[in-house]
Design a protein around this ligand. Structure first.
Ligand code: PLP
Length: 624
């Protein structure tokens, strides 16, 4: 448990059972659990191949319940005379089945949706059927966007058009005049409170979205002149995703609540404060302000927002607003687990090399002597010596003085030196700088049946950390340390940064793979943003996905969403599978006529080709 820190990031959904496997408890503390390894095997028996994305609808429900419960508790604790009406930002994960579940689970709390673009608005308008739930309309807008949102009021929905750009003020005023509809309008403020970390630039004067204070005043004046100041009812801000430090949230809410109160005093009919996203996920389980973690929990978050707002409103005798948050990551991350298998491994040569024999070149003897002398006193010096001998050997080889077999001997003994030195450094409190990379250099490579670009793009694009671990054999000591190399022929297609306590480690503790037996790993907490940002690099397509729901007797498979076939991915780049088959058939015919292929061979080729096109884009491991 300690190795993978599962207790830190996994509670209450993921833990390790007595059989040494990951257990999933989708309802959290409310009971019911599944052995993930058994579940994967049961799904494989239904012809669902890996990589496989497993969604646990109950986790999604639990996240929604938790968020609402935290705000309800904070509201009760501080006697806040208002309510909380959360919305889910569709951008975080737009998959239809997920959104259907979300709207359904959110109904008791009048949970709404947030659209960040025109296509997302289309989805949100059609999917949200909860009476009284809010539909926050963010993102860049044109006339059509604004009109559509306003007209949705006539359908009984509560769309709030949030002004993100100065130009949108006139668009809203004109649309309101022409349609004869009084819109509900919000304004997104560029707070001076700067978010921290990766998404820190989402706030501040130069942020991409939102209005500066002078622009907000200008918008207020324009709306007043158009007799629409009472339409302005919401203040929104978003200081960035994954806010790790609670003080940043406190500062932001302090600034925003002052702006809110002032807008009410200027005559706007203020009713809502929308605090945006930012509620973090503890990816490494350290509960710190490290970027992959957060130094607060959901309750602290709700408490700080509610308390600050109550005080600010009371001070100025302004009615408190209905509170809105747009938490995406905190709602959608936990519900999906991506399971993938290891295809093969590559290790640096381990173990004792053979001693040199008479007639071997002096450099082999010298290196051997270094190897034998390594101890806790001299390991740093020995590393320099060994490296120097190895470099010298390569120069000699390039000059034609050293034979290939002799170079192989040198490299073999060199790796043995590194192995010995690494074992010593692992026992030291302090590791000298030059030896820090040794762990990485000596790491085994685990070739995984996955595309990082498709399934965990943030690992590649922004060095995001996700918990990754084997889902079985956890009662066995993992004797290897490795990095993960994906299927793409791109050297960036690898994962070599893993969670550690408040830090990042370059290798993951893994087991040796056993011939004929599968070895499954899981990427956890990756349900937010990854699926839609994933790309078709090397034409590895969407993975298979299943929705699992707990039942009193176990579980049921609610939906199966088959991953892309090769025909599908090639069609994204305008190839028609039938045309491709026809082209190969014609080539076969020609080769047959020229007697370059037998009829049997050509039939086999065509059969394989046609069958492949209808298949999954990932590999079938040897063990199957
Ligand atoms: N609201 C807005 C305006 C956003 O831009 C984002 C994402 O960055 C979110 C909400 C969701 O943020 P998070 O996933 O941190 O909850």
């Amino acid at each position: 448990e300690a190795l993978y820190r599962i207790q830190g990031w996994g509670e209450p959904y993921f833990s390790i059972n007595a059989a040494g496997r990951v257990t999933v408890s989708p309802k959290g503390e409310r009971g019911g659990s599944l052995d993930l390894f058994e579940l994967v095997n049961a799904l494989k028996d239904r012809n669902l191949k890996l990589p496989l994305l497993i969604r646990f609808s109950d986790i999604l429900e639990d996240r929604i319940e938790r968020l609402n419960a935290c705000f309800a508790k904070a509201i009760a604790r501080y006697n806040y005379p208002g309510v909380y009406r959360g919305v889910y930002p569709v951008k975080c994960n737009q998959q239809k089945h997920l959104l259907e579940d979300l709207v359904r689970f959110g109904k008791p709390h009048q949970f709404g949706l947030e659209a960040g673009s025109k296509p997302e608005l289309m989805i949100a308008l059609a999917m949200l059927d909860t009476l009284g739930a809010l539909l926050i309309c963010n993102g860049y807008k044109d006339r059509e966007y604004i009109e559509t949102a306003m007209l949705a009021q006539r359908l009984g929905q509560t769309p709030i058009v949030v002004l993100e750009q100065v130009e949108e003020v006139d668009l809203v005023i004109n649309a309101a005049k022409q349609l004869g509809i009084k819109p509900i309008v919000g304004v997104r403020a560029k707070l001076s409170t700067q978010g921290m970390g990766r998404w820190g630039s989402s706030s501040g004067d130069r942020a991409k979205f939102g209005l500066t204070i002078p622009e907000i005043i200008q918008a207020v004046d324009k709306l007043r002149s158009a007799n629409l100041l009472d339409s302005l009812q919401l203040l929104h801000f978003h200081i960035g995703s994954q806010i790790s430090a609670i003080h940043v949230i406190k500062d932001a809410i302090q600034e925003a609540s002052k702006i809110y109160v002032e807008l009410a005093k200027l005559g706007a009919d203020m009713k809502y404060l929308d605090v945006g996203g930012g509620l973090g996920v503890d990816y490494d389980g350290s509960q710190t302000n490290f970027y992959a973690s957060k130094n607060y929990n959901m309750q602290n978050y709700a408490n700080d927002i509610v308390a600050e707002l109550k005080d600010a409103c009371a001070e100025q005798q302004v009615q408190v607003p209905t509170l809105i948050s747009e938490s995406g990551r905190a709602i959608a991350s936990h519900q999906s687990v991506l399971i993938f298998d290891v295809l093969s491994t590559s290790d640096v040569p381990f173990g004792e090399p053979e001693p040199p024999k008479d007639g071997e070149p002096p450099i082999v003897w010298n290196l051997w002597e270094t190897y034998q002398s390594i101890n806790t006193e001299n390991y740093q010096e020995a590393y320099h010596d060994a490296t120097q001998f190895k470099e010298e050997a390569i120069s000699r080889f390039n000059l034609g003085i050293l034979r290939l077999t002799e170079r192989a001997r040198v490299e073999r003994i060199y790796w043995a030196c590194c192995e010995k030195i690494l074992a010593i450094t692992r026992l030291q409190d302090y590791v000298p700088d030059e030896l820090e990379d040794l762990e990485k250099i000596m790491a085994s490579i685990y070739y995984i049946n996955l595309s990082v670009f498709q399934s965990a793009p943030d690992c590649w694009a922004i060095d995001q950390l996700f918990p990754i671990m084997p889902i079985h054999r956890l009662d066995e000591e993992p004797t290897r340390r490795g990095i993960l190399a994906d299927l793409t022929c791109d050297s960036d297609g690898k994962i070599d940064r893993f969670i550690d306590l408040r830090d990042v480690k370059s290798v993951l503790e893994l087991h040796t793979i056993k011939p004929g037996e599968p070895y499954y790993l899981g990427i956890f907490l990756s349900g937010a943003y990854q699926e839609i940002m994933g790309s078709l690099h090397n034409l590895f397509g969407d993975t298979n996905a299943v929705h699992i729901q707990l039942t009193p007797k176990g579980y049921q498979i609610e939906h199966v969403v088959k991953g892309d076939t090769m025909s599908e991915v090639v069609s994204y780049v305008q190839y028609d599978a039938e045309d491709l088959v026809e082209s190969i058939r014609q080539r076969c015919e020609q080769a047959l006529q020229e007697k370059r292929i037998t009829l049997q061979e050509s039939q086999l080729l065509l059969q394989n080709y046609e069958r492949s096109l209808g298949r999954y884009t990932y590999l079938s491991p040897q063990s199957e």
